[in-house]
Write a protein that binds this ligand. Structure first.
Ligand code: MG
Length: 377
């Protein structure tokens, strides 16, 4: 089975406000069409975006690797062009979706594809629950029985050959593809839609979609990793995870060479996808010479907070033969937890040797690994 999606983005409607058609307006920092496309790119085998011919350059910029197809005067004509573009490519199932529904969820997409196991055509609908009135001149003129009434959504799903044949046979002017299918005698199953799958129509819809997206981003959970090494040199102590540990050597570095804290700092930058410690505190800059490493860790933790993340867990492994870390692990966890502003129960510090192998085994230096988890607050 090969599943394709046709995203219809050729409309010129500006009822949603602004100068641009709604598929080109910005939603959480990205064009609406890019948000819609992402939902399908992750869930189907092939995507065709049907655009207005004048929008070609803009579409190429937003979706550089996506198959584009010029639309027609009507929605129905645009869908037909998308279907013709897919003809002969081996597609067996097709989802037809309006670009103006950027909040389409992966679960709904999966439901629609699965519905075609038993149906030739399926469409998502939401049962009408509000009472319905008929109005005349701004006054209620009667109530409308809502029994059997549904609100139609997209993506509407079809086995490919029957819907292409139905479009070819249709005289045009249909409101949607369900109407085209039914005109060809195809039964269309109603599948449970999604209330969040709203269609951007009025000016208030964009901010509402933004709020729903931010709610979804609440599920943003990130893991970052960090790794660091410092060599032993002359000295009588080392700084490890914020604790001064007496030792027969020191660690060499531009700052205080706290290898564990550096690995942890890099893990936080990694989870944020914001580079690494050397980028934020260049070794070439004399102001960081001999700097206490808690400055770096505080900065990384501060960046996480500014980005709306909370640190829910950190795990550090120090790799060395000596000094022995165990007796200091409790103090290290407390020191890191205080800098991160979290409970010590969320910070782990442990150590291992490398069985006398390699540079750590020869006691030439200490290596450290760190993993952190960030959750959008
Ligand atoms: Mg370092």
């Amino acid at each position: 089975m090969t599943v394709a999606a046709i995203i219809v983005a050729a409309g010129r409607g500006t009822r949603a406000g602004g100068d641009l058609p709604k598929q080109w307006q910005m939603l959480q920092g990205r064009p609406v069409l890019a948000v819609t496309h992402q939902a399908f790119a992750a869930t189907v085998d092939r995507v065709v975006v049907v655009i207005h011919p004048e929008d070609h350059a803009r579409a190429r910029e937003v979706l550089p690797d996506v198959m584009l197809c010029n639309g027609a005067e009507t929605r129905c004509g645009s869908v037909r062009k998308g279907l013709e573009a897919l003809d002969g490519t081996g597609v067996t199932r097709v989802l037809i979706h309006d670009a103006a529904r950027p909040l389409v969820g992966r679960a709904l997409i999966a439901r629609m594809i699965a519905a075609l196991d038993t149906a030739v055509a399926a469409a998502p609908g939401v049962a009408v629950t509000d009472a319905l009135w008929r109005a005349e001149a701004g006054l209620v003129a009667g109530t409308q029985d809502r029994t059997g009434l549904w609100r139609a959504q997209t993506p509407q799903a079809f086995r490919f050959d029957p819907i292409l044949a139905a479009h070819r046979a249709h005289p045009g002017g249909a409101a949607d593809d369900v109407e085209v299918a039914r005109a060809a005698g195809i039964a269309v199953a109603i599948i449970e839609g999604d209330d969040d799958n709203l269609k951007l129509t009025w000016p208030g819809d964009l901010p509402r979609a933004g709020r729903l997206m931010r709610e979804r981003a609440g599920m943003d959970i990130r893991a970052g990793n960090g790794f660091d090494v410092h060599a032993f040199g002359p000295g009588d102590h080392v700084w490890l995870c914020g604790v001064k540990v007496p030792h027969g050597a020191g660690l060499v570095g531009h700052s205080d060479a706290d290898v564990g804290m550096h690995a942890l700092t890099d893990a936080i930058y990694g989870a944020l996808a914001e580079g690494d410690i050397g980028q934020h505190f260049p070794p070439s800059d004399p102001q960081w010479k001999g700097a206490a490493s808690h400055i770096f860790l505080r900065h990384a933790a501060g960046r996480a907070a500014e980005r709306g993340f909370r640190i829910t867990h950190a795990d550090i492994t120090l790799i060395c033969e000596r000094p022995k870390v165990g007796p200091h692990a409790g103090a290290m966890r407390a020191a890191l937890a205080a800098i991160l502003g979290v409970d010590a129960g969320r910070v782990s510090v442990k150590a291992t040797t490398s069985e006398r192998l390699g540079f750590t085994g020869r006691e030439e230096g200490i290596a450290a690994l760190a993993t952190v988890t960030l959750v959008a607050a």
